[in-house]
Design a protein around this ligand. Structure first.
Ligand code: R2B
Ligand code: URA
Length: 301
């Protein structure tokens, strides 16, 4: 197998490890110098889709089976069930993995999935997050494909404490990939809008996103609206909780990534997510459509 498009992670310590247990996935890489078994199981993976809940990832797995014409009997199997943390389904060359809520839970599984694709010698794998979000000045149901990810300080960067120091890293998604997701993933008759825009990503759904309806709130409605307006002026059209981490970690790992989210609420009109569960379900399928078409195009070309 050609090694040219394999993932080379930014951590030389991995080269010195004879084995690696991907603890939260419950996947044991018994011999990092000979990963034939892992290559056999995962070496064909081209796309890793990630989303908040295991249930949504199961639905995505079933949807992709049909869309990509991949045969499979019965329910897709959760390959990481024994890890009791995350669910991972494999549909041909696509993994569908859950990541929970927020950057900290998402980064755990992302680190381990990045190591998995390295050990499996996957060729140029693409990581796509498929999620829900709050909207900023866009109609609920609009799909936003993230360009630059901004943190809760409204800075286009990912900030993380490492060894007691403040570490700041770039947080943008792959430009050409974003273009291609919109180009090959959308159709004029979709019945909803898909836009490229910036995303604000916070560590807190309530205060971090400027909501006044959390358990605690120490600012006025006016201050909140000023903050949201400033975000809008930076080209931010949606708010979620993983984008800066995902953009920065995938950039550091040298893999292409995208973040495709459907808005559930227009935050310029209110804080509460009041759509019905049926509407939410219908909205959640919109990123499936886009990603499904994009993946189909990718695999056929
Ligand atoms: C969007 O929705 C979740 C919070 O409700 C979070 O995972 C996110 O980014
Ligand atoms: N997810 C978020 O992070 N924010 C919202 O407003 C809705 C979904």
């Amino acid at each position: 197998m050609s090694l040219s498009n394999c993932v080379n992670l930014n951590n030389s310590n991995l080269d010195g490890m004879s084995s690696d247990f991907l603890y939260h996935l419950n996947i044991n890489v018994a011999n990092t110098k000979d990963t034939q078994d892992i290559q056999k199981q995962f070496g064909d993976v081209r796309v890793i889709c990630m989303g908040g809940t295991g249930r949504r990832m199961l639905e995505l797995a079933k949807y992709l089976r049909l869309k990509l014409g991949i045969s499979g009997e019965g329910e897709p199997i959760d390959l990481c069930e024994a890890g009791h943390r995350y669910t991972v389904y494999k549909v041909g060359p696509v993994l569908c993995a859950s990541h929970g809520v927020g950057s900290s839970t998402c980064s755990v599984v992302l680190h381990e999935l990045l190591k998995l694709v390295k050990y499996a010698k996957c060729q140029d794998p693409i990581f796509l997050r498929i999620g829900t979000c709050g909207g900023l000045g866009v109609k609920p149901g609009t799909v936003v494909v993230t360009k630059d990810a901004y943190n809760g300080y409204l800075r286009n960067e990912h900030e993380i404490p490492i060894l007691g120091e403040r570490v700041v890293r770039p947080a943008s998604f792959h430009e050409q990939l974003i273009e291609d997701i919109v180009k090959y993933g959308t159709q004029a008759d979709d019945g909803f809008e898909t836009i490229k825009a910036n995303t604000m990503s916070t560590d807190c759904f309530y205060e971090g996103q400027g909501r006044t309806d959390g358990a605690v709130c120490q600012y006025t409605e006016e201050q909140k609206m000023k903050f949201l307006q400033t975000a809008y002026e930076k080209g931010i059209r949606n708010i979620e909780m993983e984008a800066t981490m995902m953009a920065s970690l995938t950039l550091m790992a040298g893999v292409r990534a995208g973040d495709i989210c459907v808005t559930l609420v227009n935050r310029l009109n209110g804080d509460q997510v009041t759509i019905t569960m049926d509407e939410k379900h219908e909205f959640e399928e919109r990123p499936f459509l886009i990603v499904g078409r994009f993946i189909k195009h990718l695999l056929n070309n």
